[in-house]
Unconditional design. Structure first.
Length: 318
């Protein structure tokens, strides 16, 4: 008796099975393609971002975050827009203010919206007339700018006037409790060395520690007029003031020398009459017989003014 290996016969032959599966998949593909090629009317949501927000306003978190539109399109396009929605930029500069809300008229802005989304005009309907955007008004305050610029001049040179900023003030917006504490804004620190001519440039404002504030500008221009300077001097009489009428007070010296710096171009314009030096007798009580001379007036064109002698001796004659 011979042993024969029995082979099982497949219930369905491989050839017909492959053919069946192919036609099944093809039929499904055709059905899906036909269905997606049909025209549908569906509601599609588009996420919103806000642009051109005024610096004096804050858009609140409960404002609309998406805009729903009813689209008429084939199924493929609608499915694509639902899976990969395009972000819609809402321009706040195109809104009108109504109380604590900004109104964005969808019908007036329809063309701008459809251009962004690349949708035909006749294929869309809005489900609402407008977007109501909640905002909070920020306090606005204008503050002077103080330069934090250290100047180092070459020998014989100095500034004709103080450093100038353009503009010299800046507008800020933010919470009232923060703005109420501020009186000025400084620039960032800057050191300029070996100055021997006019200088100019731009410098940023120091906005550190002001994260909750909005600066309407963050940079200003600075300029400084410079010239070669020389030293001049003038002998000026000391004027004794606040002397009681019943006292005869004699001072020594009666004149002091005032030293000053002035630009070469203005040297001949300085007149001794532009200076005034006084000694105040009211301050004589604890002076041990001396008064301190003070320069109370000087020409605008001079700087670094000093006296050769500050102590003025006085004697009261009986």
């Amino acid at each position: 008796m011979q042993d024969k290996t029995k082979q099982r016969k497949p219930l369905i032959k491989k050839g017909p099975l492959k053919t069946f599966l192919f036609f099944l998949a093809f039929s499904a593909f055709v059905w899906i393609f036909v269905q997606f090629s049909k025209q549908y009317s569906e509601v599609v949501g588009f996420p919103i971002t806000y642009i051109n927000i005024p610096k004096d306003k804050i858009i609140l978190g409960d404002s609309p975050s998406s805009l729903e539109l009813r689209l008429r399109d084939n199924g493929i396009n609608i499915a694509f827009r639902k899976i990969f929605p395009k972000k819609l930029a809402i321009d706040i500069s195109e809104t009108t203010e109504d109380g604590n809300k900004l109104i964005y008229d969808l019908e007036k802005q329809k063309q701008a919206i459809l251009t962004q989304l690349k949708i035909d005009y006749e294929d869309v309907n809005f489900l609402q007339e407008d977007l109501k955007i909640n905002f909070e008004q920020r306090m606005v305050k204008k503050l002077p700018i103080v330069p934090d610029i250290e100047l180092g001049f070459s020998v014989g040179y100095s500034a004709l006037e103080g450093i100038k900023l353009e503009p010299d003030s800046v507008t800020l917006s933010g919470p009232k409790n923060i703005l109420d504490t501020l009186q000025q804004v400084q620039t960032r620190s800057l050191r300029i060395n070996n100055i021997s001519k006019d200088v100019q440039g731009s410098i940023k404002l120091n906005t550190s520690n002001f994260e909750r504030l909005t600066f309407y500008r963050e940079e200003v221009n600075y300029s400084l007029r410079t010239d070669k300077f020389t030293e001049g001097k003038a002998v000026i009489p000391v004027e004794l003031i606040n002397v009681p009428e019943n006292l005869n007070v004699v001072i020594f010296p009666k004149e002091v020398t005032v030293f000053y710096q002035v630009s070469l171009q203005h040297f001949d314009k300085i007149n001794p009459s532009g200076f005034k030096v006084v000694a105040d007798f009211k301050k004589a009580s604890n002076s041990d017989g001396y008064l301190l001379a003070q320069i109370v007036k000087k020409p605008q064109l001079v700087n670094n003014v000093r006296l050769n002698e500050q102590k003025i001796q006085f004697i009261i004659k009986r």
